[in-house]
Design a protein around this ligand. Sequence first.
Ligand SMILES: [Zn+2]
Length: 94
Amino acid sequence: MPLYAFRCPNGTEFESSFAMAEVPDAAPCPDCNAPARRQMSSARLSIANSAEFKLIDATKRSAHEPQLVSGRTGASKKATRYTGNPLHQKLPRP
Ligand SMILES: [Zn+2]
């Protein structure tokens, strides 16, 4: 749930978490119990350093910045023969 900032008439600022559909315009202050008005701010939808956020970032990054690999995985070192024609043996090799 997103965090919302509140400020009471006596100056105490605090944050409280509400569902987006149920966020009130005022919440009781934890110090003086006076109705504290909600501050204009962007709702903090997620913690930017969380594991979920890192996974989402890495997934998006891999679409245009693939990580380097040292070699093929799961493949044997032996070259696979694709043809049995002996004339193909004379073709230049990469
Ligand atoms: Zn207060």
